[in-house]
Design a protein around this ligand. Structure first.
Ligand code: OXD
Ligand code: MN
Length: 581
């Protein structure tokens, strides 16, 4: 069966980019093998120790192309006011002329790959098809893991023209000629000059968040930068939660959490580590699917303690990008083992020495299928998804925000998400460790005006009698010696247990100006090395410090202009009043 819309799309792009040949990807094993041998021959893939890491490969990206480039990412809505102040805008026709100039003949001497992909389970009414055209075989190999690609996507689409178009070329990899352009009204993405991660795997941030958030607003659902996790108590009670955390802030660790000693009879089921699409069910619950099928996780810091399930999922069929390699051909990154092994090759391919800086790039990544993690939820391919009872917002904050608190209601929860602040990380180019406001962890990923996005969130909540409860968590509080107070990782299940208790109407809490926090005895710290004064510090609300924070929030709200929903301004004023009381 031919899809005429795809044929037309492909011939138009081929005419512009002039590839030497065109390969239509079907997603088969055979196709993957051919692609891998080609990449090995061309040095795009480097073979890892195949005995220890069967069918796993290393890729070294251009050193100028190692993270998302937000300053080169544009939302080209027809009207600038639809893009909003947190995005770069360019007039769509003009931007297309500029990009077409860069795409002109960009694939000369190269192969053009056509990658149809399905975001979401087969048979799900909530899934979406995209077609990415790319000249990067590395991108194809990643999409094969990250999405349900090839024939499956075409079968889902049939003859329909309802797919997101993605045009990608690595161009000459020069940051001066690198742009990631989104045309929301046309469901079109054009990306040139980068072969890396969220800039190049267009299914991920570009389609499933920036374009999908626009579609979600039109169709009354939510496309979010969130993990999805099922928590099963010893008596079999299963509660699904979702959570938004800024890039490289432990989202993958939480999504793949393994309950620690003392919680062995609890289970945590992984559904997704990065993106969730939510629909309101006929039963008044909010149902989530993960559009993706793989993880594109940050490698540094991943180890048997922080994330044993990720380590288990990396045993085979994995792609490693910009990690270091040991002398016997195994991947390595900072934090994988306590001490670096001898004779490491760094991410540039040079013999690494202690004073050479990091051996693996701080934003080095692994790509692996969710199906390979021992904690994979049996519901991952369920067309309906899972009903979510609690949504978490979290940021990396050394001070101020307590370990956990619960919003008073949905609108207050939206306020908490909208005012999230977090320290920046290596996932995007720019200064690391400064606080920036990152509403719902969507600042770099919302495809339209942030103030309209807040209104949309409020509307979604008001469409349900019992929307999910909203919480804020912060695993990253430091003591006066700069040490983390909370152990984090698997022990975060203790916080999730309180959240589940709250959802079920049994967790004890104290009302504070910022929300409900656990009573000291409601949080299980049994077996942890945490004193009661440390616990008090973890849960402390410092009214004066919060009042200082309110000034920044007011400035941020002002920067969003007059579309900011009144409800949120009211929340701000009410919070200030409570803090002063
Ligand atoms: C990611 C990111 O790659 O958020 O998931 O940057
Ligand atoms: Mn992410």
């Amino acid at each position: 069966m031919k899809n005429l819309s795809i044929e037309k799309f492909v011939s138009d792009v081929a005419e512009l980019t002039k590839p030497d040949d065109i390969i239509w990807c079907d997603g088969s094993e055979k196709e993957n093998e051919t692609l891998i041998s080609k990449m090995l021959k061309e040095g795009i893939f480097i073979e890892l120790n195949q005995e220890k890491n069967p069918k796993s490969y290393l890729h070294r990206s251009d050193p100028n192309d190692v993270a998302r480039t937000e300053h080169l990412t544009f939302i080209c809505s027809k009207k600038e006011e639809d893009t909003g102040p947190t995005n770069n805008w360019s007039q769509p026709d003009q931007f297309k002329v500029k990009l077409n100039g860069l795409f002109d003949s960009a694939m000369e001497g190269r192969t053009m790959y056509i990658v149809p992909y399905l975001m979401g389970p087969e048979g799900s009414p909530y899934s979406q098809v995209g077609v990415q055209i790319t000249d990067s075989p590395y991108v194809v190999a990643n999409l094969r893991i990250m999405t349900r690609m090839g024939k499956r996507a075409l079968d889902y689409l049939g003859e329909s023209d309802n797919f997101v178009k993605g045009i990608h070329s690595t161009g000459d990899l020069s940051p001066d000629r690198r742009y990631i352009g989104h045309f929301p009204e046309e469901r079109l993405i054009m990306s040139i000059g980068s072969g890396y991660g969220g800039n190049a795997l267009l299914s991920k941030k570009c389609h499933s968040l920036r374009i999908a958030s626009v579609i979600a607003r039109e169709k009354n659902w939510l496309a979010e930068h969130m993990l999805i996790l099922g928590i099963e108590s010893p008596d079999g009670e299963l509660t699904y939660i979702s959570g938004a955390f800024p890039s490289a802030s432990g989202k993958t660790n939480l999504a793949l959490m393994k309950p620690p000693e003392g919680y062995k009879d609890w289970k945590a089921w992984t559904l997704g580590d990065d993106i969730a699409w939510f629909h309101i069910g006929k039963d008044d619950r909010l149902w989530a699917i993960n559009p993706e099928a793989g993880f594109f996780g940050v490698a540094p810091g991943t180890n048997m303690k922080s994330n044993p399930n990720a380590i288990a999922s990396l045993k085979k069929n994995a792609i490693f990008t910009n990690v270091a390699v040991t002398a016997d051909g195994n991947p390595w990154w900072e934090g994988l083992t306590v001490d670096p092994p001898n004779n490491l090759t760094d991410w540039h391919g040079k013999l690494w020495k202690q004073d050479n800086g990091k051996a693996a790039h701080p934003n080095s990544r692994f790509t692996t299928a969710i199906y390979q993690t021992p904690s994979v939820s049996p519901k991952l391919d369920d067309p309906q998804g899972v009903p979510v009872s609690a949504m978490l917002f979290g940021g990396r904050r050394a001070k101020l925000t307590p370990l956990v608190y619960e919003s008073f209601n949905w609108v207050h929860g939206v306020f908490i998400g909208a005012t999230m602040g977090a320290e920046t990380t290596a996932a995007a180019v720019g200064k690391v460790g400064v606080i920036r406001r990152d509403p719902m962890a969507m600042r770099p990923f919302c495809g339209y005006h942030m103030a309209d996005y807040f209104s949309h969130w409020i509307k979604i909540g008001s469409s349900m009698v019992n929307p999910p409860r909203i919480f804020h968590v912060n695993w990253f509080r430091l003591d006066e010696n700069g040490k983390f107070i909370w152990p984090g990782f698997g022990d975060n299940i203790r916080v999730l247990k309180w959240i589940v208790d709250r959802v079920k109407g049994r967790g004890k809490a104290i009302k504070t100006p910022i929300g409900y926090i656990p009573t000291p005895d409601a949080l299980d710290i049994n077996g942890l090395n945490i004193s009661s004064s440390e616990l008090a510090e973890l849960l402390r609300v410092d009214n004066n410090a919060w009042l200082e924070e309110m000034k920044e929030i007011r400035t941020f709200f002002t920067s969003l202009g007059k579309k900011l929903p009144n409800d949120l301004l009211k929340e701000l004023t009410n919070l200030e009043t409570r803090l002063k009381a």
